[in-house]
Design a protein around this ligand. Structure first.
Ligand code: NAI
Length: 370
């Protein structure tokens, strides 16, 4: 039974370092936020987005980097939490070569305390170019390991959705379920493919009409306007666009049994998780369900740096695979904890992550990652 909200300060750790920089020559403006490096170098992607202000970019970097600390701790990987954002300038579709060179230099100055990878607006091509200037860019692939994390993230979310429907709907399969998907980018489209293949009925939305058209054609999906996707009555809602989609009004009104998707920071405020819990909606905390991408990036970094003695591709593959499959186990454990403690799943997951951090080393993270 759901009982009450918790003091959010109980769940917060301060940031270790936040860098806000502008390079006049290239026009690059970026924020690099290192939240916590207790378990290892801060790892988290680089987002390129058009922010309304520098403050908004800082706010996004702070929230995203904090989420990475929780994500990496629970995934049982030897990395802390960090994230960077590049503030896109009007009219620029992609970062210029000069900007990537400068950004690489800024990463070098952090001397390995932060490792970046793909996120919204930054794909494999950008990471590969960035990697020409710094060794602290991952998601480029190394000896056949890692590379684009998005398909892995989609697979991990699929694994997590199955765990969430088992808990929330007592269903073992998505076959026949109605699932609404917000955002048909690298992760959302790959997730739709997995859900469609498994027999789910899809309703989708994206700000790019061509992506909706593709999902209709490939998966027989129904398209709706972007402002209506969270009003769709469905079994599962999978947010796969940007953060903050579950605000108070949405939390009170959304007509689904399960919320489980890839987007980072889905809850606009922590208490939105309390509202969902109070309504009996099973919410899969984003930083648990979307961890497969960073596990894959982590695998690539460990391979490059020969982290394991006599590391071979197969043992690292097993290392990553067990952590990705472990998403199901971790979610079930978190759902049970939330139910037992009368708190939201978001709070339960953060408490579990903080307990891993309190133990102080990544190996112990394996007890929750098993
Ligand atoms: P992406 O940039 O490839 O796709 C985002 C999609 O959302 C685009 O198709 C865009 O048009 C759409 N979109 C933006 N605003 C929208 C709105 N208001 N309504 C509907 N659609 C909208 O990004 P990607 O890589 O697919 O990531 C999606 C989410 O998952 C992001 O929040 C990201 O931080 C998160 N994530 C991604 C990981 C990865 O491996 N790519 C790993 C973990 C989290």
């Amino acid at each position: 039974m759901f009982i009450s909200s918790v003091e959010q300060s109980e769940l917060q750790l301060p940031h270790e370092q936040v860098v806000v920089r502008h390079d006049a020559a290239s026009g690059l403006s970026a924020v690099i936020a290192l939240h916590n490096t207790q378990l290892g170098p801060a790892a988290g992607g680089c987002r390129r987005w058009s922010y309304v202000s520098t403050d908004a970019a800082v706010e996004d970097a702070l929230r995203l980097s904090e989420g990475m600390t929780f994500k990496n701790a629970l995934a049982g990987i030897p990395f802390g939490g960090g994230k960077s954002v590049i503030i896109a300038r009007p009219g620029e579709d992609a970062p210029t070569s000069e900007q990537l060179a400068v950004f690489g230099q800024w990463l070098n100055e952090l001397a390995g305390r932060y490792i970046t990878a793909e996120d919204v607006g930054m794909g494999v091509a950008q990471m590969q170019e960035l990697a020409r200037h710094t060794k602290f860019a991952a998601g480029t692939g190394h000896r056949g390991v890692g590379g684009d994390p998005s398909p892995k993230t989609a697979y991990g979310v699929f694994v997590g959705i199955k765990s969430a429907i088992e808990y929330g709907l007592n269903r073992a399969s998505v076959n026949g379920l109605h699932i609404s998907v917000q955002g048909l980018g690298a992760v959302g489209m790959a997730l739709c493919a997995l859900l469609h293949q498994a027999g789910a009925r899809l309703t989708v939305a994206d700000i790019e009409p061509c992506r909706v058209a593709l999902a209709k054609q490939r998966f027989g999906a129904t398209g709706v306007d972007v402002k209506d996707i969270n009003k769709v009555a469905a079994d599962v809602f999978a947010p796969c666009a940007l953060g903050g989609v579950i605000n108070e009004a949405v939390a009170h009104e959304i007509d689904v049994s399960v919320i489980a998707g890839a987007a980072n920071n889905q809850l606009l405020h922590n208490h939105c998780g309390d509202i969902l819990a109070g309504r009996g909606i099973t919410y899969a905390p984003d930083f648990v369900i979307n961890a497969a991408g960073v596990i894959s990036v982590g695998q690539e970094c460990l391979m490059r740096n020969n982290y394991f003695q006599q590391a071979d591709t197969l043992s690292l593959q097993r290392w990553a695979e067990s952590r990705i499959q472990g998403i199901a186990y971790r979610l079930t454990r978190i759902f049970d904890m939330a139910s037992a403690k009368g708190c939201s799943t978001d709070t339960a997951a953060k408490r579990l992550a903080l307990s891993v951090l309190a133990q102080g080393d990544a190996q112990r993270g394996e007890t929750v990652a098993a």
